[in-house]
Design a protein around this ligand. Structure first.
Ligand code: PGA
Length: 250
C-alpha cells in the first residue's frame, strides 16, 4: 500500500474545480491505481471539510469516494479556554479521521517536541490517526547533526503508547522551496528512521515531503523505504495531485 497525502494548508482551493480536474485524470488513466494500492488523504481546514466531505459522499466515482479527510492540526488540550484551537474530540465528532502533527510550519510557530507529543496523545485518546512530521533545517544538515536531530524528534514522540501512524520525513529546507531533497539525503534519513522504528518495534510507513511534484514523483517513490508522499503546493491543483497519484505505485 502506498500513501499520498495532500496538505492544502491555508490556501483557498476551488473545490468544484479541484474535483473536476481530479476526475478528468482518473477518467483518462486506465491504469489509475486502485484504492487498495494507494490511500489518498486530504488535510484541509474545517470549513472546506464540511463542503468537501459532502462532495465525497455524493460522488459516484469510487476513487474520489475513498479520499480520506484529515485536519492539519489539533489542540493538545481536552477543552476549555484555548481560543482558536480545536480538540481531538471535536475532530472525531465531525468525522475527520486524523490530523497532521509536528509539521515544521507549526513547530516554527511554537510547537515544541513535547507539544507535538501531547497532540499525538490527544488524537490517540480519541482513536484518531496521526501523520507525524519530522525533518531537519539546513543548518542542522550542514553541521552534520541530522542523525541526532531526527532521533531526538522520534524519541520525544514515541512514548506512552503514542507512535506515528504515518511518518513524514520533510526536510525543512525542501518545503515550499521547489528544491526537493536529493536521493542520498532521503536514503540516509530513511535508514536512520528505520533503525529507530525497528529498535522500538514500531510498524509504520515512511513518506517523503518537500517540493514533491509531477516531475519528481517517480524518482522519489523509487527510493527504497519511501512508501508515499506528503504534498503541499502540487496538491492544490486536482489535476496535478491525480497525476502524482497515478505515478505513485511506481
Ligand atoms: P510543499 O509542502 O510540497 O509545498 O513543499 C510540503 C509540506 O509542507 O508538507
Amino acid at each position: 500500500m502506498k500513501y499520498l497525502v495532500a496538505n492544502w494548508k491555508m490556501n483557498s482551493v476551488d473545490l468544484d474545480l479541484w474535483e473536476k480536474k481530479f476526475l478528468k485524470v482518473i477518467d483518462s488513466e486506465k491504469d489509475f491505481p486502485k484504492s487498495h494500492e494507494v490511500k489518498l488523504i486530504v488535510c484541509l481546514n474545517l470549513y472546506d471539510y464540511q463542503l468537501f466531505s459532502k462532495k465525497i459522499q455524493s460522488s459516484k466515482n469510487q476513487i474520489f469516494q475513498n479520499i480520506i479527510l484529515y485536519a492539519q492540526d489539533v489542540s493538545r488540550y481536552e477543552e476549555g479556554a484555548h481560543t482558536g484551537q480545536i480538540s481531538s474530540h471535536y475532530l472525531k465528532n465531525i468525522g475527520l479521521e486524523g490530523s497532521i502533527v509536528g509539521h515544521s510550519e507549526l513547530r516554527e510557530n511554537g510547537d515544541t517536541e513535547n507539544i507535538v507529543f501531547q497532540k499525538g496523545l490527544k488524537l490517540k485518546e480519541q482513536g484518531l490517526s496521526n501523520i507525524f512530521c519530522i525533518g531537519e533545517d539546513l543548518a542542522t544538515l550542514e553541521s552534520s547533526e541530522k542523525k541526532s536531530f531526527l532521533l531526538n524528534q522520534l524519541e520525544a514522540f514515541c512514548k506512552k503508547d503514542v507512535e506515528p501512524n504515518l511518518l513524514a520525513y520533510e526536510p525543512i529546507w525542501a518545503i515550499g522551496t521547489g528544491i526537493e531533497a536529493d536521493s542520498e539525503n532521503i536514503k540516509s534519513s530513511v535508514s536512520i528512521i528505520n533503525d529507530f522504528l525497528e529498535q522500538k518495534k514500531i510498524n509504520t510507513s515512511i513518506l517523503y515531503g518537500g517540493s514533491v511534484s509531477v516531475e519528481n514523483i517517480h524518482e522519489i517513490i523509487s527510493i527504497p523505504g519511501i512508501e508515499g508522499c506528503l504534498v503541499g503546493n502540487s496538491s492544490l491543483d486536482g489535476e496535478q495531485f491525480a497525476i502524482i497519484a497515478s505515478k505513485i505505485t511506481g
